[in-house]
Write a protein of this length. Structure first.
Length: 281
């Protein structure tokens, strides 16, 4: 028996669910899980369905494409155990990439981490410990274009489905962001845009914040303003010093990023304009 995950996105009109269900029945399928939502802003209908059948992937895709053609959907058909391929990018902070590698090793992240790219060598020993290829691509103002060209070569060579910026402290070019729209996940502290620049936790301490948090989002050319995937916060008191805030910040950054990556890996996130539809477990 094969388990499939099918994702569908199109303009909302009557009959989509009926036609999808009929196509699944036509391939002898049994629906195990289904989520759907129509975004009132864009009128985009989004659906994620997991089902089992004895048919192979080609037969399933051919049936769905034929029966749903009149809706002109963006259609995804994936074997549930065929994992997406992710490339991680990092600079010097290792807490987020370490969390992803650990969860992957424990079987909690259903994806293939094919490589890690860093603009500094600091995380190379961590990558070696988890037997993941590490590639250093230094970036300066003069080499930025060449570095992105090299990165594009790695993405093609590793057949990467999406990229995770695990505290990668370089700004990607608008062209790169556009070419990989909806395929790059970033994490930042939720002080943005209030506390931009260096030492955000020192700034937060000086302003006496009562909440700190983190936001995982898709990357766009607008810095740290892409569609939000996952967020979380933790309360803090006046007794916390900047070092305490930074420690709490690391904890929440790595957990929020890991949850966001898992959602994307399981095809639970649909991108609709500047927003996301997230089908949680």
């Amino acid at each position: 028996m094969n388990n499939f995950v099918v994702t569908l996105q199109c303009n909302d009109v009557p009959g989509i669910v009926h036609a999808t269900s009929a196509a699944i029945v036509a391939v002898g399928g049994n629906i195990l899980e289904n989520d759907q939502f129509t975004d009132p802003v864009t009128n985009q209908f989004c659906m994620r369905t997991r089902f089992e059948t004895l048919k192979d992937q080609k037969a399933v895709r051919d049936q769905l494409e034929s029966d749903l053609a009149r809706f002109s959907p963006v259609l995804g058909v994936r074997l549930d155990d065929a994992h997406h391929r992710a490339l991680l990018m990092v600079s010097t902070f290792d807490h987020c990439v370490a969390e992803l590698l650990y969860r992957h090793e424990q079987g909690d992240l259903p994806l293939d981490i094919v490589a890690i790219v860093g603009n500094h060598p600091d995380c190379a020993p961590l990558a070696e410990r988890y037997h993941v290829p590490f590639h250093e691509i230094p970036v300066t103002a003069e080499t930025k274009d060449a570095a992105e060209a090299e990165l594009r070569n790695f993405l093609a060579a590793y057949h990467v489905d999406f990229v995770v910026l695990a505290r990668y402290m370089q700004i990607l070019s608008p062209a790169f962001c556009a070419d990989f729209s909806g395929r790059i996940i970033n994490i930042h502290h939720s002080f943005l845009p209030g506390f931009k620049g260096a030492r955000p936790y020192r700034q937060a301490y000086e302003r006496g914040v009562k909440l700190i948090g983190a936001t995982a989002h898709f990357v766009t050319s607008a810095l740290d303003e892409g569609p939000i995937i996952e967020q979380d916060v933790v309360r803090v008191s006046h007794a916390r010093n900047p070092k305490d805030l930074a420690s709490l910040g690391r904890d929440i950054e790595r957990s929020v990023l890991a949850r966001a990556v898992k959602l994307v890996a399981e095809d639970r996130v649909a991108l609709v304009g500047n927003r996301t539809i997230v089908f949680s477990q």
